[in-house]
Design a protein around this ligand. Structure first.
Ligand SMILES: [Zn+2]
Length: 363
């Protein structure tokens, strides 16, 4: 039996940007998929320690009341008060740096890839993956102060903030993909009372057509090609539909948010990444808009980690099977195929939502 004073430690993996958010005290929550196949019910509540009860609220005819009907129990990997020591990408530095990993303990000098200032240190020594980080090389320890069982979409804006989601973070995440989008310089032509945007390749033809359409109009106005245009939504060439270089107005951010909130994101391509970056670069002062941006950001961040098929040896029902599984944000449940094997997609999964406080780790 464990006593109340016994502290149990577990390793936990975080990516570089999340490590930075923890060190900046901007991240105090993390969500991890609940892999128990038996959790199909509407409610999961803490019984004691690591044991949680799964069940539902049922109507009891005798008492004419609704009551808690437990079905079975499941185990959470952690319990309140447990410590989590953070595994991140690291390497030893200094004298012993060339030694085998386990022999570098003595030097006790390490660099962490999350600290961009350390990226250039000891360039000849390669970075070691976070998964192999030993306890003694870890610099951050967290104490679990709250555990909730919920679906990933139950996250509130407050939670998304505590997860460390900021517009800048999501923009950084999407930027490399967005840079691959075929974005053309914005040109426009105005005739009569319409102004239409075209790309650099289509503008000349559009100008000729406009002149033809308004032969008596001497006020045909042509512009653009020199700066980014402010738009109230995605801007595409009216002729070839290629993306045009634009930024969103405050109103435009709301319009585009409404669009992305109502469609499944799926696999984000370069054009979509470009559109999403335009939302995240516009730092809104309106708290309601900012909250919506955070929630969309959480969705993107979640999918960047959990929506890709991962090879596993057990299927979601707990049976032995070489297959793939993914846990995307979207509320979908289906079986697809990936590399000749079954791919189970479990959308809007149950998660353990951990709140923690940092008890070790440089300020
Ligand atoms: Zn065009």
């Amino acid at each position: 039996m464990s006593t109340a004073t016994e502290i149990i430690e577990h390793p936990i993996l975080f990516k570089g940007e999340m490590v930075r958010a923890i060190l900046a005290d901007q991240k105090t929550q993390t969500r991890r998929v609940m892999k128990d196949p038996s959790v199909l019910f509407d409610h999961v509540k803490l019984k004691e320690g690591r044991t949680w009860e799964v069940g539902y609220i049922g109507y009891c005819p005798a008492s004419r009341d609704s009551r808690w009907v437990p079905s079975h129990t499941i185990k959470c990997p952690y319990k309140l008060g447990d410590h989590l020591w953070v595994r991140e990408t690291w390497k030893p530095t200094g004298m012993f740096a060339g030694y085998r990993p386990r022999d570098t303990r003595a030097c006790a000098r390490f660099a962490y890839a999350a600290d961009s200032s350390q990226l250039d240190r000891d360039k000849l020594i390669r970075w070691r993956p976070s998964i192999h980080m030993p306890r003694w090389a870890s610099r951050i320890t967290l104490e679990i102060t709250e555990i909730r069982a919920q679906r990933v979409q139950d996250i509130t804006e407050e939670d998304a903030k505590a997860e460390g989601v900021t517009p800048e973070l999501i923009e950084q995440l999407l930027e490399p993909l967005a840079r691959r989008a075929d974005v053309r310089p914005y040109h426009w032509v105005q005739g009569g009372n319409e102004a239409i945007g075209y790309c650099d390749k289509c503008i000349d033809k559009a100008v000729r057509a406009t002149r033809k359409r308004y032969p008596k109009d001497n006020d045909i106005d042509i512009g653009g090609g020199y700066s980014t245009q402010d738009e109230e939504g995605m801007a595409c060439c009216a002729s070839c539909a290629k993306l045009l270089d634009y930024t969103l107005t405050e109103w435009g951010v709301k319009e585009e948010l409404g669009h992305f909130e109502s469609v499944p994101l799926g696999k984000i391509g370069p054009c979509q990444a470009y559109q999403l970056c335009r939302i995240f670069e516009e730092v809104s002062k309106d708290p309601e808009t900012l909250a919506r941006i955070r929630r969309l950001g959480m969705r993107i961040l979640w999918d960047s980690i959990n929506a890709r098929p991962k090879a596993v040896k057990k299927n979601p029902a707990g049976e032995k099977e070489e297959c793939f599984v993914s846990y995307p944000w979207e509320n979908i449940n289906e079986t697809r195929e990936h590399r000749g094997k079954k791919w189970y997609v479990i959308g809007n999964p149950w998660v353990w939502a951990y709140t923690f406080k940092r008890i070790e780790g440089e300020k």
